[in-house]
Write a protein that binds this ligand. Structure first.
Ligand code: CP
Ligand code: NVA
Length: 316
């Protein structure tokens, strides 16, 4: 059965851990792993803008010995009515995997329904699972592990990052707290799924409105833009209700004294995070950005060459 990575929980907790182990090995020996030599091609498609995802997949696929095909979908038939399932079916005849950044999760599900090669979510409205692999790798590096640590995410609790923190954090055995204003809570089904995962991994999940309650004694303090791609003219006030959730020195002061700060970038400096925190000693943001490269190389290797990955696959 073709394995896709459309949501964080498309890996099992053991598989997530194996991918992160491999990512650490790949980071330590950056040019020593070439499972895609041949080269095997990977299509990397964008319905939305990107800097980090685009370049880290492009460079990472090349470093694995593969051939990246990075394409903005405006120049394809994606936007003018070609069936996405047909596109997935056709691309599967050319490439070893399809990486896609798009809008609604139903769009990537449709590509995956037609594809006979792995489809990887490079960000949808609902989830950003590749980013979470990088975040967890960073937490492992900075905090010595993930299990039992508390991760507080403050800001737009309804966006892709919040929902991926819930699922992937729970899978990694973390205590995940989401703090956001009323009306900006994650999807109830995602919270429920995360709670179910946490019950097995020893983690926990909590959604609160009070930012202080979210942040208190947290080991990791994370945030993201208050206006995600596609929400620029949704008619909602995306500044005023969010002001109490700004990651500044005062809010960070309520987390654990050695807490690290994460932001997937791009940051809107002075809105969801201050310069002082982003550039400060507790910020792990640029390691986090670098780790996209290593984590995605490990993910591709796991999906395309599980034997080399040395990872036990838990086929459902
Ligand atoms: N963090 C992230 O996904 O960045 P890009 O939008 O630049 O790819
Ligand atoms: N939540 C943000 C993440 C950007 C990487 C967005 O979807 O725009």
């Amino acid at each position: 059965m073709t394995r896709h990575f459309l949501r964080d929980d498309d890996l099992s907790p053991a598989e997530q851990s194996a991918v992160l182990d491999l990512a650490a090995r790949m980071k330590a020996d950056r040019f020593g792993h070439r499972p895609l030599v041949g080269p095997r091609s990977v299509a990397v498609l964008f319905d939305k803008q990107s800097l980090r995802t685009r370049i880290s997949f492009d460079a990472g696929i090349a470093e694995l010995g593969g051939h990246p095909l990075v394409v903005d979908t405006q120049v394809t038939h994606f936007g003018r009515g070609e069936s996405l399932a047909d596109a997935g079916r056709v691309l599967s005849r050319y490439v070893a995997a399809i990486v896609l950044r798009t809008h609604g999760d139903e769009r990537i599900a449709e590509v995956a329904a037609g594809a006979s090669v792995p489809v990887i979510n490079a960000l949808t409205d609902g989830f950003h699972p590749c980013q979470l692999l990088a975040d967890l790798l960073t937490i492992r590096e900075r905090c010595g592990g993930t299990a039992g640590r508390t991760l507080a995410y403050v800001g737009d609790g309804a966006n892709n990052m919040a929902q991926s923190y819930l699922l992937a954090g729970a899978m990694a055995g973390m205590h995940v707290r989401i703090g956001g204003p009323a009306g900006f809570a994650p999807d109830a089904a995602v919270v429920q799924r995360a709670a179910q995962i946490a019950a097995d991994t020893g983690g926990s999940v909590r959604v609160v409105i009070d930012p202080a309650q979210a942040v208190r004694d947290a080991d990791v303090l994370a945030t993201d833009t208050w206006t995600s791609m596609g929400q620029e003219s949704d008619g909602l006030d995306r500044i005023t209700p969010f002001l109490p959730y700004q990651v500044n020195k005062e809010l960070l002061g309520q987390a654990a004294p050695d807490a690290i700060v994460l932001h997937c970038l791009p940051a809107h400096r002075g809105e969801e995070i201050t310069d002082e925190v982003l550039d400060g000693p507790q910020s792990a943001v640029f390691d986090q950005a670098e780790n996209r490269l290593h984590a995605q190389k490990a993910l591709l290797t796991f999906l395309l060459d599980p034997t080399t990955a040395g990872a036990a696959t838990d086929e459902p």
